[in-house]
Design a protein. Structure first.
Length: 350
C-alpha cells in the first residue's frame, strides 16, 4: 500500500490526474475487505488490486467514465451464487466500490498521498477521510482530508465534532463509513506490521521476499556482515548487523504490530534471541526447528526463570503445517502464519 500512495503522489506531482477505486463495504466471501484499493491511470494501466477478474475489468471501465466526466461514483457488485459464476469469479459476496478522480490541480492531493507514504514508512498513524459522492449532486473530483494523531490535518475542513473521535480512534483497523451531514469514507492509515527476521540464511532470503510482497515492513538482522547484506536481501526495508546477538534488541522498536521470526544458524543463537523476544510486546514470535530443538531451548529458558505463560506465546515449530521441506516451502508456511495472525488482529478475532 505504501508503494501505491508513493506512486500516486509522484503522478499527481507530475501533473497527471489519477482515478482511485476503493472498497468501502464488503460482506460475504468477497475477494477483498473494505479498504482494498487500486490506482488507475488515463491510459488504462493500474496498480494495486480490489480482487481481480472481471470485477476489476468493470471497475477499469468505470474509471474510464470517471476520467471523462469527473463524477465520482459508488458501484455495487453482488457476487453471490449464479452472479459470481457469471462474472467468472471464484469468490462471492457483495462489494461497494468508490471510484473517483484525484485532480493534480489540487496540491493537497499529492501532499496527502506523499504524507501517507511517509506515515507508513515511519510506522505512524493517521486517518484518511474521503467525501462520498451525492448521486444527485454536480460532478466533482474526490475531496480528501488527512488527519494526524496530533490533530493536524490537510484537505477539506473536518467538523470539530468529528475530530476528537477520529483522533482517538486507535482501534480503527479497516475502512468504514462515518455518519454526519456529509457521509464520508474513513480509512485508517496504519502500518500492516514489521517483520524482524533474525538470521540471514537460505530460509531468511526466501522469507524476506515474501514478507515484502505481502506488505510487511521487513527488517533482517544477523551478526555476520557477509550474510546480512543488500545483495542477498534486495527487498528488505532495513538490514542490521549487530555486534552481537546478545543485545540485538536494544535499538529495535518492537511494538504490538511487530512480528519476530527466529531462523538463526544454531541452537544457542535461537536461545539468545528468543530470551529477548519474549520480553517484548511483539504480537507474534516464531522460532524454526524441530520439537526436540524447541524443548531444549525452552528448558534453557525455564532454567533462567522464564515462565510457561511467556513460552506459550511462541509459535514453534514455526509456520502452518503444509508439509514444507525446501527453504521456499518453509518460507511460504511461515508467511501464511504471519498473514493469519495479522488478519485476526485486523478484524478483531485475536
Amino acid at each position: 500500500m505504501k508503494e501505491l500512495y508513493e506512486t500516486c503522489a509522484r503522478l499527481l506531482t507530475g501533473g497527471e490526474d489519477v482515478v482511485t477505486a476503493t472498497i468501502i463495504s464488503q460482506s460475504g466471501s468477497a475477494p477483498r475487505a473494505a479498504g482494498g484499493k487500486m490506482l488507475v491511470r488515463a491510459d488504462g494501466s493500474f496498480g494495486g488490486t480490489i480482487g481481480g477478474g472481471l470485477l476489476e475489468a468493470e471497475v477499469l471501465q468505470t474509471a474510464g467514465e470517471v476520467f471523462r466526466t469527473g463524477r465520482a461514483v459508488v458501484r455495487e457488485f453482488n457476487l453471490t451464487g449464479a452472479d459470481a459464476a457469471s462474472t467468472n469469479m471464484i469468490c462471492g459476496g457483495r462489494l461497494e466500490v468508490l471510484v473517483g478522480l484525484l485532480s493534480a490541480g489540487d496540491p493537497d492531493n499529492a501532499h496527502i498521498c506523499r504524507s501517507i507514504g511517509e506515515l507508513l514508512h515511519s510506522r505512524q498513524q493517521g486517518v484518511l477521510l474521503t467525501k462520498l459522492p451525492d448521486p444527485g449532486g454536480d460532478p466533482h473530483p474526490l475531496e480528501q482530508s488527512l488527519l494526524l494523531r496530533d490533530g493536524r490535518q490537510t484537505g477539506f475542513a473536518i467538523p470539530a465534532a468529528w475530530r476528537d473521535d477520529l483522533v482517538q480512534a486507535r482501534g480503527l483497523r479497516v475502512a468504514c463509513r462515518y455518519g454526519g451531514p456529509e457521509n464520508v469514507l474513513v480509512e485508517p492509515v496504519n502500518s500492516l506490521g514489521t517483520v524482524y527476521i533474525f538470521g540471514a540464511g537460505h530460509v531468511s532470503q526466501k522469507l524476506a521476499v515474501l514478507t515484502s510482497l505481502v506488505d510487511f515492513r521487513t527488517v533482517v538482522l544477523d551478526d555476520r556482515a557477509e550474510f546480512a547484506k543488500r545483495e542477498r536481501f534486495p527487498m528488505a526495508e532495513e538490514i542490521i548487523v549487530p555486534e552481537s546477538m546478545e543485545d540485538c534488541f536494544d535499538d529495535l522498536s518492537i511494538r504490538e504490530d511487530s512480528y519476530v521470526v527466529i531462523v538463526t544458524r544454531g541452537h544457542q543463537h535461537d536461545l539468545t534471541v528468543l530470551s529477548q523476544a519474549i520480553q517484548t510486546d511483539a504480537c507474534y514470535i516464531g522460532m524454526i526447528g524441530s520439537a526436540r530443538k524447541r524443548q531444549a531451548v525452552y528448558q534453557g529458558l525455564r532454567e533462567s526463570g522464564i515462565s510457561e505463560e511467556r513460552l506459550a506465546r511462541v509459535h514453534s515449530p514455526i509456520g502452518l503445517k503444509i508439509g514444507a521441506e525446501t527453504p521456499e516451502e518453509i518460507a511460504v508456511s511461515i508467511v501464511a502464519q504471519l498473514i493469519q495472525v495479522r488478519g485476526e488482529l485486523l478484524h478483531g478475532q485475536a
